[in-house]
Structures are given as C-alpha cells and as structure tokens.
Design a protein around this ligand. Structure first.
Ligand SMILES: NC(=O)c1ccc[n+]([C@@H]2O[C@H](COP(=O)([O-])OP(=O)(O)OC[C@H]3O[C@@H](n4cnc5c(N)ncnc54)[C@H](O)[C@@H]3O)[C@@H](O)[C@H]2O)c1
Length: 477
C-alpha cells in the first residue's frame, strides 16, 4: 500500500517538475506586470483569509493570535508590499562602467529568473517561512514547489488551499508529506533550493543539491548569544530578552539561545529577568500555564528533547533559577532560567530551540568574545550596552549572520537588511532585494563595438601589433 502511494507521489512530482521546467522557460519573458499580479493575488488571499490562517496555526501549537498576526501575517504582507514597491528597481538591468582596456564595449548585469525552485519549510513559523521565500521566488520570476513541514498539519492544509486558490499549478505547486516526500523532490534538478531548517538537515539538502549542482539558500539555526554589558539598562535588556526568548515558546531560530552577563551585574540581571517574566506571562499570579499569550511545544518528541536537555544540565550541576514545570498533556513547558552551566552539558552544545535560557557570566569583554568565537558561527548576536565602542568591538571581533545592539529578534522585520546565517547557521540571504537576488541569475552581458579584440590583433598568428598591445596593458593597467 505504502509503495503504491509512494509511486503516485513520485509520478505526480515527475509530472509537476516537467510542467515547471517548461513554465520556467516561458517565465524568462514574463512581464513585471504579471509578477506583480501574482503577488497582489497572494496579498489579497492572505487579507481575505486572515481568520483561517490564525485558526490553523493556533491549532498546531496554540500560538497566540497576536504573535500570529505579527510574526506570520505581517511579516509576509510587508514582504509582499516591499516587493511590489521595489520590483521595477530590482529588475532593471544594472549598467556597469567600462575600464580603459575594455573601451569600445558596453556592459550590464541582467537579472534573469533562475528557473525552477524548491522551497522546503520548517514548522516553527510554518506560514511565514513557506510564503516569505515564495514572494522572492515570484518577484524573481521563478516557478516554485513548496514542501511545508509535516509537524504542523493544520497550517500545511491551509497552505495547500492557498496555493490551489491563488496560483496556476504550472507556477506554484505544493507537496505535503513526511521526509520521504522531501527526498523525492530533492532528486529533481531544481535550479534553486531554498531550505529553512536545522543545520543537520541543511547538510543533507546541500549534498542532494550537489548531485544536480542546484544553487542553495540554507536558512539554518544555531546558538545565538546575548551579551549583557556591565553598563547596560538591565530592566530594558531583561524585558527584551524575555520577549525574544519566550515568544513562540522559545521555538525561534533567532531567539537568544543563551546569555553572557558581566559578573558584576549577574544577580541584578537575574532579578530583572524574573520580574519581567512574571509581568509578561503571569500578571495575575495564577501561573504561566494559565497565560493565553504563551505558546506550546509543537509535539511530544520536542517536549522530550527539552526535558532531556534540562535533566542532563541538572545532573551535571546546573541550577534552576526559575521555572522547570512541565505539563506533558498540555505540551506546556514553563519558561526556565538556568545558572551554573558548564560546557560538558548538552544544553551548551546544541541549539536549544525551546523555553530554556542558560545564563552564564564573564569577567571582561575579551572573555565573552573568545567564548563566542570558540563555537560555530551563530545566526544572530545581541549586544546590550551603553558603550558604543564595546558594541562596535563585539560586532567587529565576532562573526554571525546578523547582529543587533540593544534589542533582539527585531532585525527579522527589517526588509532592507539581508537575513541569514554564516557557515553553520546558513548560506545565502533572504528578504527583500536579497531574496530577489537569491532566486535570480545575475547574468553578465557585454556588447562588443570596437573594443580590444575587434581588429583581431590579439589572435594568432601572434605578431608585433599584438605584443605591443599586451606590453602596454601590462605597463599601464
Ligand atoms: N534561519 C532561519 O530563518 C530559520 C527559521 C526557522 C527555523 N530555523 C531552524 O529550523 C530548525 C527547526 O525547524 P525543523 O525542526 O522543522 O527543521 P528540520 O531541519 O527538521 O526540518 C525542516 C524541513 O526539512 C524537512 N526534512 C527533515 N529531514 C529531512 C531529510 N532528511 N531530508 C529532506 N528533508 C528533510 C522537513 O520535512 C521539514 O519540511 C531549527 O534548527 C531552527 O533554528 C531556521
């Protein structure tokens, strides 16, 4: 039975890929007006179905409506509006200047759609991370096949409806399913693969892409640090870290993974963390599990993984400063702050991706910088300080996909910035113009008129005239 289903999906994938291959060639002459029309249709669908989007994501892991509106819907609608506003500018061929040895020629960069694209999305922002990259694919003129996460079935079903009601199958298609479906898709020679997920699966994707030399954008994860300098506004920093860490129940790729706080303000910072946590998630004092503003863990497997991280840390000497309560039936995991950490704990090696926050201290900034530089490069780095020189120093002496001073997570909303990681946290960039570039081939175009080779002196049989030209090139340029 399973084999028959597998064969059906296989033939459906084969057929869809072929259709997309043909369409992607036609798309080379697609007008900007056509691309804008597709984006406007997408925008209208989202506006008309906002209630259904909320319901689907909430059904998957009780994400609060306000968080859905901000981090799933607004992020995507602003991405679409930004593309609609800028697409004419992005598509325009870019003239380049002509260096002296190239006099007599004329050159420009032409943006052509890469062609067929595959978008593989994770579960943690299931709408945003499937549709956000689709906006860039459409803006660039690519066809797209989306493979949403199997862990958020309500959102996946909604995405299927969105695609069916908005696009012609030849432009955008969607395949739901488990890992096997992703693997069948990955056998196809896509022109570009845009993957969002874990570094471990990112490596599998890159290997599969290598078979066809498909280009890739890998939006991965990692351990993003937050540094609290001795002179920072502790109350403000604590509030921002509590929000950045516990929004979406800590299941955010750019959540601060752990905190490095200057030893002189550690106790005051921990007190501020506790105060801010209670203010946000337990204002009535009835317990955080009663809060409607706190999401749940996506499934039992992840809940168990987080419980194991906590147990391993406690076994090796970590102390719970706050939290630790778990209700398995409700998939509730209380926001938990840990101190007394050491490097042999799993929690200090793996991306946490849940509501556990280790707080470590450092003596001077050099120590914090060295600690970060010993680990794989993070997706984001947050620096809370009142000293601009210290901020500048940390940003210069560490490497991360993004960096924010005196806040966290917010850079995701800034469409003018490239979003993505570096090495272990990702390859390539997304959002706005950078997303458009990810799905575009930057074609080098030159027109010869009377340039270097026009009178053929550089061709064999080599003679005096050719030698003279080469000699002067070497001498003067
Ligand atoms: N950089 C970003 O923008 C960003 C955003 C969100 C999440 N993330 C990262 O994603 C991870 C969490 O999401 P997840 O658990 O859904 O990630 P995941 O890597 O387990 O899965 C992501 C997608 O890949 C597919 N997949 C899983 N195993 C596969 C395999 N062997 N072959 C082919 N496809 C496979 C899944 O079906 C899913 O659609 C975290 O590491 C997080 O940091 C990164």
């Amino acid at each position: 039975m399973e084999t028959i289903i597998q064969e059906n999906i296989q033939s459906e994938i084969d057929r869809t890929f072929l259709v997309h291959k043909r369409q992607s060639i036609l798309n080379r002459t697609q007008s900007i007006k056509e691309r804008k029309a597709l984006l406007e249709k997408l925008l209208a669908w989202i506006k008309n179905n906002q209630g259904d989007i909320r319901k689907a994501i909430h059904a998957d892991f009780k994400k609060p409506y306000l968080e859905i509106d901000l981090s799933e819907i607004f992020v995507v609608t602003s991405e679409i509006k930004h593309a609609l506003k800028n697409i004419d500018k992005w598509i325009k061929p870019q003239k380049v200047s002509t260096p002296l040895p190239m006099l007599g020629t004329k050159s420009h960069v032409q943006y052509e759609p890469k062609g067929t694209s595959l978008i593989i999305a994770p579960w943690n922002y299931p709408f945003n991370l499937a549709i956000g990259p689709l906006v860039s694919a459409i803006a660039a003129g690519c066809t797209a096949i989306i493979k949403p996460s199997e862990l958020t079935p309500h959102t996946s079903a909604l995405l299927r409806r969105l695609v069916a009601e908005t696009f012609d199958k030849s432009q955008v298609a969607l395949f739901e399913g488990e890992v096997e479906v992703a693997q069948l898709l990955l056998d196809k020679p896509f022109d570009h693969i845009f993957f969002t997920g874990s570094p471990a699966v990112g490596k599998i994707i890159m290997k599969a892409a290598a078979e066809n030399l498909s280009s890739v954008t890998l939006e991965l994860g990692g351990k993003s640090p937050a540094i609290i300098d001795f002179n920072s506004d502790l109350k403000d920093a604590a509030a921002k870290i509590i929000w950045g860490k516990f929004v979406n129940c800590g299941q955010t790729c750019i959540a601060p993974d752990y905190v490095l706080v200057h030893h002189s303000v550690k106790e005051a910072f921990l007190t501020a963390l506790k105060n801010e946590l209670e203010k946000m998630y337990d204002p009535s004092g009835k317990g955080i599990e009663k809060s409607k503003d706190y999401a749940r863990i996506v499934n039992g497997k992840h809940l168990k993984r987080l419980k194991n991280l906590l147990a391993d840390a406690e076994l090796k000497g970590a102390e719970k400063y706050f939290g630790g309560y778990v209700d398995e039936e409700e998939m509730f995991f209380e926001p938990t702050v840990l101190t007394e950490l050491s490097e042999d704990m799993d929690i200090m090696q793996e991306e946490i991706f849940g509501p556990l926050l280790p707080v470590l201290s450092f003596g001077d900034l050099e120590e914090a910088i060295q600690y970060i530089n010993m680990k794989p490069k993070p997706l984001a780095l947050y620096m809370f300080s009142n000293d601009d020189d210290n901020i500048k120093r940390v940003f210069q002496e560490t490497s991360s996909g993004g960096a924010v001073a005196n806040d966290c997570v917010l850079h995701f909303l800034q469409n003018e910035l490239p979003f993505g990681g570096v090495n272990n946290s990702g390859i390539g960039k997304a959002h706005g113009h950078f997303g458009f570039l990810a799905f575009s081939n930057q074609k080098a175009v030159m027109h010869q008129r009377v340039g270097l080779t026009a009178s053929k002196p550089l061709y064999p049989p080599y003679g005096f005239a050719g030698k003279k030209i080469i000699d002067s090139l070497l001498k003067w340029f």
